[in-house]
Design a binder for this molecule. Sequence first.
Ligand code: HEC
Length: 142
Amino acid sequence: MAIFASSLLVGPTARASEAVERGAPLYAEHCASCHGKDLEGAPNWRRIGPDGLYPAPPHDETGHTWHHGDRLLFDYTKLGGEVALDMRGVTDFESGMPGFTEVLTDIEIHDILAFIMSTWPDAVRRHQEQITRQEASSRQHE
Ligand code: HEC
């Protein structure tokens, strides 16, 4: 019985680490050009650029990716910043984040996000998991 229980624990962890392994090269190919190869973000990402848009923020713990729940991060990547915010009633923000619907499958997006999250310290990861739980329960009331 003990063996059975521990093999149950290994399952999801192994699957998660496979997602991270698939996500890392996909991140390098599709996201690093704007968000930085070490997830460090564009230079001066806190200031609006000459094009009137915010540059790409870091995806490491110095940015604010971890201030958002899984659903928002997924929508942002799949649909692009403008559509993802529009769906949430924010209509006055012009976003430089393109949508990847035509480029990446849902699983690939999931894997890239798993890779990004794998770089966060435990405390940051726990905080983001908490936001994801709140996000999920607020959606139940929609
Ligand atoms: C052409 C440049 C570009 C590429 C390529 C790009 N992004 Fe972005 N991304 C941006 C910009 C600019 C922003 C900031 C504007 C905004 O938040 O709407 C952003 C914001 C985001 C955000 C919101 C972060 C936050 O804290 O609000 C997420 C999530 C995101 N990008 C994920 C990705 C992922 C994953 C990839 C690769 C699949 C990717 N981006 C590729 C330009 C890019």
